[in-house]
Design a protein around this ligand. Structure first.
Ligand code: PRP
Ligand code: URA
Length: 208
């Protein structure tokens, strides 16, 4: 079974309190989602392979470590887009694939409407990102899709999860590690995470 890592850091906790607050406006919500994603990227990429290169400093020549693996960020549209800039601030060379998906309001089943991936998805480290892991249906379907396109090394990165979503993802994709900023209590009767932060896509883009 994949690892489930809940990132435990005062800066992340502080920013989570801001985005959970119903009074936080769209600008601040968007900024804080990106900042949390950036802070998470630091931990999630801790084990990325590096290679040695010779670098000429103003003083001498020395051996340094540089990244030896492409990173591909795959946001699940729409809300996943809110995490991309924050991660790219930390990994500017990361490529970005997109997968469009929405939950049917009645069945809560994911409906895919778009997919486009860079070729690096096959050999790179793939970060499937979506702030919300609720039933787990959208994340599971997105990961199935990137696997069909050849991805082998996949991590799921979310802000708020719940036991139902983690269980679903572990069952469907036991090879995928899950990184979350917070693991909440449960899903409510209409499929929203409790306490959660409401509808993340709507709060990011100012829709209703
Ligand atoms: C939200 C969220 C996830 C999904 C999570 O997207 O961003 O993609 O729901 O729910 P699940 O784990 O039960 O599948 P939504 O369908 O609201 O689309 P949006 O991002 O376009 O608003
Ligand atoms: N999608 C959201 O945006 N929020 C939830 O709580 C569940 C799914």
């Amino acid at each position: 079974m994949g690892k489930v890592v809940i990132l435990d850091h005062p800066l992340i906790d502080h920013k989570m309190a801001i985005i959970r607050n119903a009074d936080t406006n769209t600008k601040s919500f968007r900024e804080n989602v990106n900042e949390i994603a950036g802070l998470m990227a630091f931990e999630i990429t801790r084990d990325l392979p590096t290679k040695k290169v010779e670098v000429v400093t103003p003083i001498t020549t020395t051996t340094c470590n540089v990244l030896d693996r492409e990173v591909v960020i795959v946001p699940i549209l729409r809300a996943g887009l809110g995490m991309v800039d924050g991660i790219q601030m930390i990994i500017p060379t990361a490529k970005v694939g997109h997968i469009g998906m929405y939950r049917d309001e009645e069945t809560l089943e994911p409906v895919e409407y778009y997919a486009k991936f860079p070729t690096e998805i096959i050999d790179g480290k793939v970060l499937v990102v979506d702030p919300m892991l609720a039933t787990g249906g959208s994340a599971s379907a997105a990961i199935t899709n990137v696997k069909k396109r050849g991805a082998k090394d996949i991590r799921f990165v979310g802000l708020v999860g719940c036991p139902e979503g983690v269980a679903r993802l572990n069952l469907d994709h036991p090879d995928v590690d899950i990184y979350l900023a917070a693991l909440d209590e449960k899903l409510n009767e209409v499929g929203y995470i409790v306490p959660g932060l409401g509808d993340c896509g709507d709060r990011l883009f100012g829709t209703k």
